[in-house]
Ligand binder design. Sequence first.
Ligand SMILES: Nc1ncnc2c1ncn2[C@@H]1O[C@H](COP(=O)(O)OP(=O)(O)OP(=O)(O)O)[C@@H](O)[C@H]1O
Length: 371
Amino acid sequence: MTLAEPASHAVSGVALTLRGVRRDYAGVRALQQVDLRLEPGAVLALLGPSGCGKSTLLKLLAGLEAPSDGEIWFGERLVATAHEQQPPQRRQLGMVFQDYALWPHLSVFANVAFPLQMQKVPRGELVQRVQQALQSVGLEHLAQRAPAALSGGQQQRVALARALVARPSLLLFDEPLSNLDRDLRESLSEDIARLLRELGTTAIYVTHDHEEACAVADQVAVMRQGQVEQIASPRDLWNAPASAWVARFLKLGAVLPARRNGQGVWLGEGLPCLAVPGNSAGSGDMDTGELLVPDSAIVLCAPDGSAWQARVHGQQYRSGSYRTTLHLPNGAVLHTDTRQRLAARQAVGLHIDAAQLRWFAASDHTATSGG
Ligand SMILES: Nc1ncnc2c1ncn2[C@@H]1O[C@H](COP(=O)(O)OP(=O)(O)OP(=O)(O)O)[C@@H](O)[C@H]1O
């Protein structure tokens, strides 16, 4: 198959298709069989632990590396196979990196103008587009400054304007906010999300930060060992994690070994039975698996107010409430948030909202939720 030429005019928001994409380095399979499809204008966050293949996937999309197998399509354009790759400059990409990558000797204006100069855009149009891009990131008043005279957040806004000014069909973000403090990350991720939606640009956004991924993206791909473990909207990811691993990675609550049959689910010998709705186990033999118990499923009560007994292991104050660690009689650890200050080793009762629990079979990724 030969690679198509890019369209001569700027295309906003291209569809993205990956089919069977694999990438091997000497002795390391960094990506194995990645298949995904992104609609034009959609924003996909790649989230996953260190080494899961996020940067490798980004490099393949950027054309900085070639797949060992599979196909990458931008809309109707085949941009990469193992045998043939379109170079980065022909892919109509914008990129925003963690370290901003601005030219230190050029002004803010000149940095943003750079991609248009490369495209030999006429001066009048160039000035107008640079001003527009700077306006969209709220920096038009700093056009003549040098990057060194800007804060980290402002520098990243310049990088964003530079990526947007060329009207790319795909924007790639590589941990763009990880050098910034939490408040700035929040405000800038909101701005990025708004801009991407206004412009209708398709984007891939690599991050380690769950909240940032959900703030920016329509879809989140959770990656594990070179594969996409789950791809879903932020809401579906939180409400319906596909596996115990995803639930753990997203820190959705305690994920505990459990057993079940048709009568219910048990977290251990001698503990009360949980009536997890939708439990599809047969009435006979016990099934082993894991149970997700979100923090929000647990409400504390007096020790004699429930069949569930626990002891307080410790508390940590966190913006308005105490995150409380609880030990069940069999040693299992649960967490909940409460406004009550409790003593270590204090006995408490628990109400567990079974509707929020989620069962994961040991042998597969099939989850049964209470919701
Ligand atoms: N040039 C390379 N040569 C050999 N192995 C590599 C190379 N680049 C990446 N890898 C390996 O491929 C796997 C995926 O790496 P990648 O950088 O894509 O992970 P990541 O999810 O981006 O990690 P991080 O979040 O730490 O940046 C890792 O095991 C890594 O060691």
